[in-house]
Ligand binder design. Structure first.
Ligand SMILES: [Zn+2]
Length: 442
């Protein structure tokens, strides 16, 4: 739960004709307890007053409330305030919401090297300010994305700035959402940090074509870790488990420490998600997602030129669709700037018309699935910026949209023994996360 969501409890009286004996006795006991100091003679009156029909049902609902600035005063007329940072905020704007005018501090932030860190304000984080009896800031603190507390202090009319790492704790979050207008609108509504949203896209990129196949009503649930300081996320961590229901198809993934350096993601039946190919080589982002919705992304069908063309703005990231080794990275009259990658076994892929190849990328280099290998452009024989993508089996181009992709490797029997109980726990957590989301919507 983010710091701006507060659970509230609402007592909701409901008329109920079927009022049981137990409940009646229970109510009488409550009334008796309430009026006990006044003497037992009033008990009967109390019961009649409530009547046998009234039943009180307690519903716990979670509601998002705007956080008002907290204001307190101590004897020295010191005012402490905190404000939640909004999108597009500047220090000046936040201070004015707090009712503080302090040009000197704002100038100091522009010139002092440490104080400049206050420029990196992230929405959802909190700025604390204390001001003295003259309305001047005595202290300003903010915990930035690098996990440092930046502090600006005024002592004897001198401003100074310091920054130090804060102690953080690891916390697990569960979030869910449902797509109504766009995927990013849904992840924003669910208050999922951008870094986690990107991991979610990468996680299901080989199962779901985020550019073309998302549907209204698609649902997702995600369990992730983050480093937290005083309830606010300082550093988003890794996704532990996630579920994506695309057009009724359920896709699930769980992180597992399989003995490799960073662990890997597996389906809940223990199959690696890595062996498959990403279904769309154009990286899905806030920018490219908006573009794909306005224009039809496929300019030509595969049959016409043995590749798939994805229209996207010049400069959009191109990702390699599976782990592999770069076999060619260079320039060609037709393909323009292009990269070719050989994957496990019989597969290879080619990416053409790039505006630029990723810096330093060259033949012989290993690349990992999802790695950005270049940017969309229109070099070579191309009309308009687009990515030309070829998918080859045994050196022959095939239509990647119709060919069956290789299945991921399954964990060994020994690893499965460790994996299975964790997978059951994660399945339960994902189901809880999904139910919370549905309860909030319905
Ligand atoms: Zn093409």
């Amino acid at each position: 739960m983010s710091p701006i969501e507060k659970p509230t409890t609402v007592a909701h009286p409901v008329e109920n004709q079927h009022f049981g004996t137990w409940q009646r006795q229970h109510m009488r006991w409550i009334v008796a307890a309430l009026i006990a100091p006044l003497g037992m003679t009033l008990t009967a009156y109390g019961v009649v007053e409530f009547g046998p029909q009234a039943q009180i049902n307690i519903h716990t609902v979670t509601q998002t409330l705007a956080t008002p600035p907290l204001i307190s005063r101590d004897e020295n007329q010191q005012h402490d305030r905190m404000e939640v940072i909004r999108s597009g905020d500047t220090v000046g704007r936040i201070l004015s919401r707090m009712g503080i005018m302090d040009q000197e501090v704002q100038k100091f932030i522009q010139t002092d090297a440490t104080a400049k860190k206050l420029y990196e304000l992230s929405p959802g984080r909190i700025l604390h300010a204390s001001s003295n009896e003259n309305g001047e800031i005595s202290q300003l603190t903010y915990v930035n994305g690098a996990g440092e507390q930046v502090r600006i202090s005024r002592t004897a009319n001198q401003l100074s700035a310091s920054s130090e790492p804060v102690a953080t704790q690891k916390q697990t979050f569960m979030k869910s959402g449902r797509i109504n207008s766009s995927f990013f609108a849904a992840t924003d509504a669910a208050d999922i940090p951008d870094a986690i949203t990107q991991q979610l896209i990468d996680l299901f990129a080989s199962r779901v074509d985020f550019h073309h196949k998302l549907q209204k009503g698609d649902q997702f649930s995600v369990v992730y870790e983050s480093e937290v300081h005083l309830g606010a996320i300082v550093r988003p961590g890794r996704i532990l488990a996630a579920q994506f229901i695309n057009n009724g198809n359920v896709h699930e993934a769980m992180w597992f420490a399989d003995g490799s350096e960073n662990g890997n993601y597996y389906s809940l039946d223990g199959r690696s998600l890595k062996q498959g190919f990403i279904s769309n080589p154009v990286k899905f982002s806030r920018i490219s997602s908006g573009f794909a919705m306005r224009l039809h992304p496929v300019l030509f069908t595969w049959k016409q030129h043995r590749g798939v063309d994805y229209a996207a703005p010049t400069g959009t990231d191109i990702q390699v669709t599976a782990d592999g080794i770069v076999t060619k990275a260079g320039r060609d009259g037709g393909y323009g700037n292009f990269v070719e990658v050989k994957h496990d076994g019989k597969y290879s892929t080619l990416y053409g018309h790039m505006s630029a190849i990723a810096k330093g990328l060259k033949a012989g280099q290993a690349v990992s699935q999802g790695q950005v290998i270049g940017a969309v452009g229109q070099t070579g024989r191309a009309t308009g910026p687009h990515l030309h993508y070829e998918f080859k089996v045994n050196g022959q181009q095939v239509d990647p949209l119709t060919v069956a992709m290789p299945e991921g490797k399954k964990l060994s029997t020994q690893q499965l023994a460790d994996f299975a109980p964790l997978a059951r726990t994660m399945k339960r957590q994902l189901s809880v996360a999904g139910q919370v989301e549905l309860a909030q919507l319905d």
